[in-house]
Write a protein that binds this ligand. Sequence first.
Ligand SMILES: *[C@@H]1O[C@H](CO)[C@@H](O)[C@H](O)[C@H]1NC(C)=O
Ligand SMILES: *[C@@H]1O[C@H](CO)[C@@H](O)[C@H](O)[C@H]1NC(C)=O
Ligand SMILES: *[C@@H]1O[C@H](CO)[C@@H](O)[C@H](O)[C@H]1NC(C)=O
Ligand SMILES: [Zn+2]
Length: 276
Amino acid sequence: MISPCWLSALTFILLLDLTCARQIALLIIDVQNCFLPGGSLAVTEGDQVIPLINNIRSEFKADLSLVVLSQDWHCSDHISFASQHKGASKVIQLLYDKSGSLCDENNSCTEVAYNLTQHLWPDHCVINTPSANFSHNLVHEPSDLVVRKGYNCKVDSYSAFYDNGGFRHTELHDKLQEAGIDALIITGLARDYCVYYTAMDAKKLGYETYVVLDATRPVTKATGDSTVADMKIKGIQIIESPDVAGVIVQLTSDANYLHSTFILMISIILCFFKCL
Ligand SMILES: *[C@@H]1O[C@H](CO)[C@@H](O)[C@H](O)[C@H]1NC(C)=O
Ligand SMILES: *[C@@H]1O[C@H](CO)[C@@H](O)[C@H](O)[C@H]1NC(C)=O
Ligand SMILES: *[C@@H]1O[C@H](CO)[C@@H](O)[C@H](O)[C@H]1NC(C)=O
Ligand SMILES: [Zn+2]
């Protein structure tokens, strides 16, 4: 016969076991037609990331609590489109007031609170166009979370968490928190823009962050190299797809170690002082 004291100790341990389990999400950034060969803002060899990403999700299906697809989703006259800034150079400055509203062409804001550098791009990923669709080669399941970004016509959004001014956030962080996610494996396009800014925000938000380098491609080699160097400095783990298996084993065995330590401690405390 188990005493009620031992039974409560056991329940407590089981609850701890559930709360300690390490949860991992796979983030697939902007694998959309506009960024693939043939698209209006094609990333060189962008299509080569697709089989690697599909492979990660199928091989580690049991270990991934959530798969997230981000989708660049722009107004047809989006502020990041060069077509909206006739004659402007490739990079411009955009001014916003403290509420995140764009100051007009005469900078008529009562107070300029933000001065953002905006790279100008060809028109791409316009809402409800085939250009914005995910590649049909990318595995996409009904249980995947789709996070759209960049639909505010006046602010660009590289990161899947926040727009470029940090004015507004997407639903991503809340959804990851709801699912109890603490580690992110990030893949997709482009390495030096949307993958980079998503990884930087993920790290700031406290996620253990891994970028699978061969499952990303940069817009340019120079910015690809400098952003990878920056990510390493910030403590983001840069790995290759063959390393994913080891990372997942590591993450789950860390959790197991944590479980054993907790269980041992709680058992000693509860059972030594109360149950005896
Ligand atoms: C900016 O100033 C010019 C010249 O004064 C004026 O014609 C234009 O309408 C102004 N633009 C806005 C958005 O107020
Ligand atoms: C915005 O930043 C750019 C580049 O740093 C600078 O040249 C420009 O004067 C700034 N504009 C305002 C209004 O602060
Ligand atoms: C784009 O995606 C939408 C929604 O998933 C779908 O209805 C549409 O048929 C797709 N278009 C093309 C050209 O694949
Ligand atoms: Zn975009």
